[in-house]
Design a protein around this ligand. Structure first.
Ligand SMILES: [Zn+2]
Length: 368
């Protein structure tokens, strides 16, 4: 019997990986770009086929999207596939999955895949303060997100990706995709102001869902066992926004080695663009979890949409506890552990980064 080709074995690996549960320590960033590509095909193909999008076009679009993600430590192709995979797993976890049709599924997964396309590796704030061409083009409004949508839709246009959809479907897909990607903008404020903003945003979202006919369970009863029916397109879009936000911030709600790896990648990216030190970076992670991720999950648990919301909450709490501990005496140990698991990432990403390398070389507590 002939042994499988390299491409066949990538596809087999990808098939296996997309069954990994949320709580596993599996991290797509350890995979080759080819296997990540195969994962992206497997995630998007079922819904796109049902919409009548030819698989050859989908595959071409995904290879173009891959080429248009920059080689950043954090906002890269691996992040795009990771977030798409998270969104896919969250969809499986919906209590009311039947309410999502193939179009809704494709809208969410497609938006996840493109949401950071051509990300420059620094913040909107930097684009705006530099008065960059991109900031001027988008009038300082969600600059990087607007750019991602623009680049993605240029690719869509170049290959006529959606030419088999009706004009009405193309319009609806674009409207929903634009709203979803723009909703991934998590620019400041920070700290407690951020928590208030998140809460206000989600309350407005629930109100919109309720107003359009949904049945929202009572928060006073803890919410988890309340009935929640997703009925209208507007409600499915609101839920999709919530799922994409969770998927995008998902590494903070995953096992500690996954979060450590992505946190370290973010540090490397920020260090390169702003000179942020590792110590400063670690201090940003606690408020990020406390005032952005936690309110988001608390919202999701108040209005019961996901079956395993407590799993995400527990994992987030565990990461919060770990980071609080790191802020005191052991700030390098977890990061070190993550890189022992994935030595390739250390070599490719930490070169030239003295502080992080000292942590990795020195082992637990090296920088105490
Ligand atoms: Zn992202």
């Amino acid at each position: 019997m002939a042994s499988p080709t390299k491409s066949e074995s990538n596809q087999d690996d990808a098939k296996q990986y997309i069954t990994e549960p949320w709580s596993s320590s599996f991290d797509p960033s350890s995979l080759s770009p080819e296997t990540l590509y195969d994962m992206a095909v497997l995630l998007l193909q079922p819904s796109s086929v049902k919409l009548g999008i030819p698989t050859t076009k989908l595959r071409l679009f995904l290879s173009l999207a891959q080429a248009n993600y920059r080689q950043n430590a954090y906002h890269c192709w691996a992040h795009a596939v990771h977030v798409t995979f998270n969104a896919y797993r969250l969809l499986q976890d919906l209590k009311d999955l039947e309410s999502f049709d193939d179009f809704d599924v494709f809208v969410l997964l497609f938006s996840a895949l493109i949401h950071d396309l051509d990300h420059p590796g620094h913040s909107n704030m930097m684009e705006i303060s530099n008065n960059s061409k991109m900031a001027r083009l988008y009038n300082d409004q969600s600059v990087i997100e607007n750019n991602s949508i623009c680049i993605a839709y240029n690719l869509v246009h170049d290959i006529n990706l959606f030419s088999d959809l009706t004009t009405e479907m193309q319009g609806m897909l674009r409207t929903r995709c634009v709203e979803l990607v723009l909703a991934t903008d998590i620019s400041p404020p920070s700290g407690k102001d951020r928590a208030m903003l998140v809460e206000a945003k989600w309350n407005a979202m629930v109100q919109a869902m309720g107003n359009s006919g949904g049945s929202v369970g009572s928060a006073a009863s803890g919410g988890v066992d309340c009935e929640f029916k997703i009925v209208t397109t507007e409600q499915r879009q609101r839920v999709s926004i919530m799922l994409l936000n969770i998927a995008d911030l998902g590494s903070a709600m995953q096992p500690v080695n996954v979060f450590s790896n992505w946190s370290q990648r973010l540090y490397i990216e920020n260090n390169k663009s702003t000179g942020l030190t590792q110590e400063q970076h670690i201090k940003t992670q606690q408020p990020f979890m406390q005032y952005l991720c936690l309110p988001l999950l608390q919202f999701a648990s108040k209005y019961p949409i996901l079956k395993n919301i407590n799993v995400y909450l527990n994992l987030l709490q565990n990461n919060l506890d770990t980071w609080n501990e790191m802020n005191t005496v052991k700030r390098c140990s977890v990061i070190t552990a993550a890189y022992v698991v994935q030595p390739g990432v250390v070599q490719s990403n930490l070169v030239g980064n003295d502080v992080a390398m000292e942590c990795v070389k020195g082992g637990v507590g090296a920088k105490q």
